[in-house]
Design a protein around this ligand. Structure first.
Ligand SMILES: *Cc1c(COP(=O)(O)O)cnc(C)c1O
Length: 419
């Protein structure tokens, strides 16, 4: 199962990528499912966790579990230092100007709801929020709730049959009524990479703030929030080899200062009395209660792990997997790939003529292959294509060409059984 890159075949000069060595870091990849080796192609839903990150989690509970920012005792200080170091790792990864612009949340969904809730005091009837047709439900529903509360109106950037957003139509939707533009960096259902730099720039011309949902981009693309000039950027640790239940909201200082706190409680206050409570400064203003301390520390370790491999290397390798799998899949009669944008991460959504995605997924599971079937929390995209759902294979840097061969064999077998 060896697959090492010949440096002559890649754009990046000195690429060294030893996938077999990398796979040894992931204990789960050694296991079997239903008597078959696990082929894990559901990376767009969650990534697997390397031993380096598991060790950090075990070490936390074995050696310095304590509440942070409160105790003067030794363990509390160690835990606080590690937690704040992780915040700095996250800041550096996304190149935020200030460490207090990194709010640690429970994940993308929490991050988006935090911003949507904050804007409820700033929007009124007649204001508009622009979303895109390519969004995950977690970047649609909070904005619909915000519109219901404030009387603002939701406008939708339409998509094309390739699974791309129409920039022309987007430009037409913008006006001085636009207060917010919310778009994902990468679509989880189709893998489309959206031209967010252009989208952000255009929104700023009318004075609108921009939130980018980076949950699906984060495993593949290192975003630079200052270069993008984005107002808010969100992601979840569990998609970048970290644990579930922790994630990030980046916000420009000026916006985070303007937004009211999301939840009240411990940690987010300065002074509390029954007459008046004053709030803590950034980032604590948005971090009420005891956070996911171990998760935050492991989140930092996960980014360190991925940066140790290198995002350029990861992207170049995953692109090869994507092309290989796409070519092989298209050799199968009746396969239709849904979402064929030129700019794509390693995600393939597809259907097979006459086969229900769910039936296909069930047979694949029997063969040890983990793919996602259904609407992928993006029902408007499925409606656009008039399909109930798709089969989605999403690849990570620890997947191999040999696994794709097993997957293709399984698709053929399932197809024979089902049609
Ligand atoms: C995974 C994902 C989300 C939701 O992330 P949670 O970790 O479930 O909060 C939102 N948007 C996109 C594009 C995603 O891929």
């Amino acid at each position: 199962m060896g697959l090492t890159f010949n440096p002559m075949n890649t754009k990046t000069a000195e690429i060294s990528f030893d996938v077999e060595k990398i796979r040894k870091d992931f204990p789960i990849l050694q296991r079997e499912i239903n008597g078959n080796p696990l082929v894990y192609f559901d990376n767009a839903a969650t990534s697997q966790t390397p031993q380096q990150v598991i060790d950090v989690i075990v070490n936390y509970y074995s050696n310095y579990n304590a509440n942070i920012h409160r105790g003067v005792h030794y363990l509390s200080q160690v835990a606080t230092d590690k937690y704040e170091q992780a915040r700095e790792t996250i800041r550096a990864h996304f190149n935020a100007a200030h460490v207090h612009e990194i709010i640690l949340t429970s994940g993308t969904t929490h991050s988006i709801n935090l911003v949507a809730s904050g804007f409820s005091t700033m929007l009124e009837k007649g204001d508009e929020i622009i979303v895109s047709a390519l969004e995950h439900h977690s970047n649609i529903v909070p904005w619909q709730m915000l519109c219901e509360k404030t009387g603002a109106e939701l406008k939708v950037i339409p998509m094309t049959s390739l699974g791309e957003l129409s920039f022309e139509e987007y430009a037409k939707l913008l006006s001085d009524r636009t207060k917010l533009v919310v778009v994902n960096h990468v679509s989880n259902a189709l893998g489309t990479i959206n031209p967010i730099e252009k989208i952000i720039k255009k929104a700023h011309e009318v004075g609108a703030a921009v939130l980018i949902d980076g949950a699906q981009a984060a495993p593949h693309i290192k975003a630079d929030v200052q270069a993008l000039d984005v107002d808010f950027y969100t992601m979840s640790a569990h998609k970048v080899c970290g644990p579930t239940g922790v994630g990030m909201l980046y916000g420009k200082e000026e916006w985070l200062t303007k937004l009211p706190p999301y939840q009240g409680g411990g940690e987010m206050i300065d002074q509390v009395s029954f007459e008046k409570t004053t709030y803590a400064g950034l980032p604590h203003k948005f971090e009420a209660g005891t956070p996911n301390i171990c998760g935050g520390i492991a989140f930092g370790a996960a980014l360190d792990y991925m940066n140790g491999i290198g995002f350029d290397q990861i992207a170049a390798y995953e692109e090869k997997l994507l092309h290989y799998a796409t070519d092989k899949l298209l050799e199968i009669d009746g396969v239709k790939i849904i979402g064929t944008s030129k700019q794509k991460t390693a995600v393939i959504s597809f259907n097979i003529h006459g086969v229900h995605p769910y039936d296909m997924g069930t047979i694949m599971d029997k063969l040890g292959i983990a793919v996602r079937t259904g609407h992928h929390c993006a029902q408007p995209i499925m409606d656009y294509y008039h399909v109930p759902g798709t089969i989605r294979a999403s690849f990570s840097f620890y997947n191999t060409k040999e696994e794709i061969d097993l997957f293709i064999k399984a698709v053929n077998k399932a197809k024979m059984m089902l049609s």
